[in-house]
Design a protein around this ligand. Structure first.
Ligand code: UDP
Length: 169
C-alpha cells in the first residue's frame, strides 16, 4: 500500500469533469472512474473533502436572467453533482456525507464546519454542495474557503481541459 503524501485534501471537481465527453449532464462511467480513485485515497487513510461545481448543468451570469436567481440555480446544480458523487462512492463502499451551504435537510446535512471535520476524522468523504451559498461567487472560491476552514493541506483541482488548445496544427 503506497503511503499517503497528504493527510487531508480538498478536491475541487468542476461540473464538466463529471460530464465526460458529453460536456453537459452526468456521465456515470466518468463519475465511477473518479470515485474509484477517491476510494484509493481513502484506503490510504487520506481524508478527502470535495467541493463540486455545477457548470455541467448551469452556470450563472446568464444575460437573460437576474444574476442572483441564475447563481442560485448554479448552486442547486452543484448539489445534483454532489448527490451523484455520493451515490457512486457509497456504491463502492466509501462512507460519505453531503453538506450544503444552502439548507435542504431532506437531501443533505447543512454545512457545519466542526461536523465536517469530525466526519473526515472518521474516514468519511465529505462533499460540499452549493458553493459558498452566496451569489456572485464560484465554486473555486468555495474550494479555497472550505480548504482553509477544514485546514486541508492542499487543494487538488479536477477540471476538463480543452486539449485542442494544446495541439499543434
Ligand atoms: N455559484 C454561486 N456561488 C457559489 C458557487 C457557485 O453563485 O459560491 C453559482 C455560479 O452561478 C456558478 C455556478 O453556481 O457559475 C456553478 O458553479 P461553477 O461555475 O463554479 O461550477 P464549475 O465551473 O466548477 O463546474
Amino acid at each position: 500500500m503506497p503511503e499517503n503524501k497528504y493527510k487531508r485534501i480538498l478536491l475541487k471537481l468542476s461540473g464538466e469533469a463529471l460530464a465526460g465527453d458529453n460536456k453537459v449532464g452526468i456521465d456515470q462511467e466518468t463519475v465511477d472512474k473518479i470515485c474509484e480513485q477517491i476510494k484509493e485515497l481513502v484506503k490510504m487513510k487520506t481524508e478527502v473533502a470535495i467541493v463540486v461545481g455545477g457548470g455541467n448543468f448551469w452556470r450563472g451570469a446568464d444575460k437573460n436572467m437576474e444574476r442572483t436567481t441564475s447563481d442560485y440555480m448554479g448552486m442547486l446544480a452543484t448539489t445534483m453533482n454532489g448527490l451523484a458523487l455520493q451515490n457512486a462512492l457509497e456504491e463502492k463502499g466509501v462512507y460519505t456525507r453531503l453538506q450544503t451551504a444552502i439548507e435542504m435537510r431532506e437531501v443533505a446535512e447543512p454545512y457545519i464546519k466542526r461536523r465536517a471535520v469530525r466526519h473526515l476524522e472518521k474516514g468519511r468523504v465529505v462533499i460540499f454542495g452549493c458553493g459558498t451559498g452566496n451569489p456572485y461567487f464560484t465554486t473555486d472560491t468555495a474550494a479555497a474557503l472550505r480548504a482553509a476552514e477544514i485546514d486541508a493541506e492542499v487543494i487538488l483541482v479536477g477540471k476538463t481541459i480543452d486539449r485542442s488548445l494544446f495541439c499543434r496544427s
